[in-house]
Design a protein around this ligand. Structure first.
Ligand SMILES: Nc1ncnc2c1ncn2[C@@H]1O[C@H](COP(=O)(O)OP(=O)(O)O)[C@@H](O)[C@H]1O
Ligand SMILES: [Mg+2]
Length: 252
């Protein structure tokens, strides 16, 4: 079966400085894979490279193969807008436009499919329900989104991404700027999204990686040190470097 995400021997450098070194990984459809590892190790670079977010970064160079749904992410002539619809990205700090909750939810759709504007209210309701935000905002859809709490903003950011129906969600430390309760709400949401989406989640919260992911990739200094079923990586790490990182991170 074609994996939802296929990464083969990927090397990335910024201005000639190697950041990812021979990284390979496969993500099965409708599974959640966690990427863990020390900071500065290339986790965000991996996600940004997959969604072509680094195209305009000066000095960025990528080699190797990255595929989503079997399609080469760096194929000549690839429509990057279409790729971005297939691969949604969620960041540590939710970005709200200075607009209403409703306009924020349908922001991507309004640009990509303006002809469907009659459907927008239904779609907004549907995706806000999916992120468990509908009940909290249904009476103030036309109030400014930046007034929401950070946890609500992060769920709104996920709703906005879901509105364009991506197959894959790349989440880069989506809960690290949130309080513990809001973080748990996002975790619940991530678990519920696996039914319809494939998830690649960068997190430095190891307990979170254990709770939500099926497989874990441990990255250190731009290399995959170890990867496999989450229970195995955490329960029986094969490499001394993994054991050392898990031990250090648990003390922190
Ligand atoms: N736009 C950029 N230009 C130059 N170097 C970068 C850029 N983004 C990240 N780096 C460098 O690449 C390395 C990996 O960074 P990053 O992917 O953000 O790691 P992580 O997400 O694991 O903390 C770091 O040394 C960082 O300084
Ligand atoms: Mg990062």
């Amino acid at each position: 079966m074609i994996p939802a995400i296929g990464i083969v021997d990927v090397r990335v450098a910024y201005n000639g400085k190697p950041v990812l070194d021979a990284v390979s990984a496969r993500v099965r459809k409708h599974s959640a894979v966690a990427v863990i590892g020390p900071s500065g190790t290339g986790k965000s670079t991996l996600l940004r490279t997959l969604s072509r977010m680094n195209d305009r970064v000066p000095g960025f160079k990528v080699e190797g193969k990255l595929r989503v749904g079997g399609e080469d992410v760096y194929a000549k002539g690839l429509d990057v807008c279409r790729l971005r619809r297939k691969v949604g990205m969620i960041f540590q700090t939710p970005c709200m436009f200075p607009k209403s909750i409703f306009e924020n939810v349908i922001f991507g759709l309004r640009h990509q499919e303006p002809a469907r504007s009659k459907e927008f209210p239904d779609i907004a309701q549907q995706v806000l329900r999916r992120v468990f935000l509908w009940e909290e905002v249904k009476d103030r859809l036309h109030k400014p989104a930046p007034n929401l709490s950070l946890g609500q903003q992060q769920r709104l950011a996920i709703a906005r991404t879901l509105a364009v129906e991506p197959d894959i969600l790349l989440l880069d430390e989506p809960t690290s700027s949130l309080d513990p309760q809001s973080a748990l709400a996002i975790e619940e949401l991530i678990l519920s999204l696996k039914k319809d989406h494939t998830l690649l989640l960068v997190t430095h919260q190891l307990a979170q990686a254990r709770r939500v992911s099926d497989e874990t990739i441990f990255l250190e200094a731009g290399r995959v040190i170890e990867s496999g079923p989450t229970e195995a990586v955490f329960g029986r790490p094969a490499h001394a470097a993994t054991r050392a990182y898990l031990g250090r991170a648990e003390e922190a």
